[in-house]
Design a protein around this ligand. Structure first.
Ligand code: DLL
Length: 432
């Protein structure tokens, strides 16, 4: 099923024209409705009337996470109180939360974007989608939910937790698709085994997973544990929530819905816009948002635009797998490492389970890194020689792939914390 054929299959030229027209309207809207933008445009000597072509984007100032935090609770809202029908917040764990608001039109757009994502994953009005993202201020639950209803599918609003009941519902309601974080999909798979339910007893055929980075290796692990096909969905509350970009059946990057979002990749140091194909920080502009429009928002997510056109023929450009967030990059004795690179290496060892934790600590003045791993079911922890061998092979693989020395520690089965939402995989003890 294709949800919005006319918009999903626009030619590149038509998409560019639509973006330009919408960009102009969004700029005068924010200039006239939001003090922050009026001041920042004035300070940059920019007037919305000066915006003649998409090239002019470069003249616009960026918006940062700090700008949104400073606007707490509603100083960046562009809509009148009467027209605001919902608020959400970003899931940041530190500092002031940033709040985003939605008008009816904003919610409608959001529902359509997520519905497109589901349709891309092969779902339709006949599908039953279990939503196992948290419902609340986090955009995952309600975003995935409204998308399912917009598609005309049946939404099962489970939220997170009570995993046994989740599995019971998957079975009893013959659920076709699961929407949750990859971490929670792993937990569900683990419980399935514990409950002695074979994956073939479920009707589940797909999962639409997002909200946190995960590697291809992790995707395959989930696919084989649940016997399903997994699709990646990306989004962030500051821009809308889930559904900003999502995978089609080609699974070669996530299509960014360019009729609604303008995308750039910049060098985070020089702030120069980089050509397609280069890795850098993702910057997004909303093109039709009413309550919380954002112009050139620096997401801190590191990715690249995959050059060329997708085999599915959609012209909406594709975002590659995220390397991580710029603030997640680890610098271990001068070597830059993203947690996803570590995940990729350890997931290729079948002797260890997909749950892991990275610990950063100091030995004297030097930064050290260790990875805690559990053995897979079927590999006994009492065979010390074997454990030593596995640890050494993993540590050698990490050294040869990433040029860093990582201490590998095999821990008791089930001792690593399981997550129902976004995993906290890095424990930083260096400041303690
Ligand atoms: O996580 C929205 C969302 C919910 C997206 C459910 C997809 C599914 P925030 O809590 O604001 O919003 O967190 C946004 O999560 O900037 C990325 O760093 C990360 N993220 C989200 N989806 C992906 C993904 C939601 N598919 C932040 N791959 C973003 C990698 C992701 N990272």
């Amino acid at each position: 099923m294709i949800f919005e054929e006319h918009l999903e299959f626009l030619s590149r030229e038509a998409l560019d024209d639509l973006q330009l027209a919408r960009f102009k309207t969004q700029l005068s809207y924010v200039y006239n409705h939001i003090d922050f933008y009026r001041k920042s445009f004035d300070a940059a000597g920019f007037n919305p009337c000066d915006f003649k072509s998409l090239e002019d984007v470069k003249k616009l100032p960026f918006t940062t996470k700090q700008d949104l935090r400073d606007a707490y609770p509603n100083k960046m809202f562009g809509a009148k109180r009467d027209d605001i029908v919902r608020i959400h917040a970003s899931s940041g764990t530190s500092g002031q939360a940033s709040i985003v608001g939605y008008t009816q039109n904003d919610l409608h757009t959001w529902g359509r974007m997520v519905a497109r994502a589901y349709a891309l994953a092969g779902l339709s009005a006949q599908s039953t989608i279990q939503v196992s993202y948290g419902y609340g201020l986090f955009t995952g639950g309600l975003g995935a939910h409204f998308g399912a209803e917009t598609l005309g599918a049946t939404a099962v609003p489970m939220s997170t937790g009570n995993t046994k009941r989740q599995i019971q519902f998957l079975k009893d309601f013959e659920v076709d698709a699961l929407a949750c974080t990859p971490s929670y999909a792993l937990v569900i798979a683990e419980h399935l085994e514990e409950m002695h339910i074979d994956k073939d007893e479920l009707s589940l055929s797909r999962a639409i997973l997002g909200g946190e980075p995960y590697t291809e290796e992790m995707r395959r692990e989930i696919e084989s544990a649940l016997g399903i096909d997994c699709y990646d969905i990306y989004g962030l509350s500051e821009i809308m929530g889930p559904g900003v970009a999502c995978e089609c059946s080609e699974k070669h990057g996530k299509h960014i819905w360019e009729d609604e979002f303008y995308v750039e990749i910049i060098d985070p140091d020089t702030l120069e816009v980089l050509p397609d194909g280069s890795w850098g920080e993702l910057v997004l502009t909303t093109l039709s948002r009413e309550c919380s429009p954002v112009i050139r928002y620096r997401t801190r997510d590191i990715s690249r635009i995959i050059p060329g056109v997708c085999a599915c023929k959609r012209q909406h450009r594709r975002l590659d797998k995220l390397k991580g967030r710029s603030d997640d990059m680890l610098v271990i004795r001068g070597v830059n490492v993203y947690p996803s690179q570590i995940e990729s290496v350890i997931q290729s060892f079948e002797e260890v389970s997909p749950f892991y934790q990275i610990v950063l600590y100091k030995e004297g003045p030097l930064d050290q890194i260790s990875v805690e791993l559990e053995l897979s079911e079927g590999f006994a922890l009492d065979e010390i020689k074997r454990i030593q061998k596995v640890s050494k092979r993993i540590s050698d693989a990490l050294r040869s792939n990433l040029q860093i020395n990582v201490k590998v520690k095999i821990v008791e089965s089930r001792s690593i914390e399981r997550s129902e939402g976004k995993s906290r995989r890095i424990i930083d003890l260096r400041g303690e």
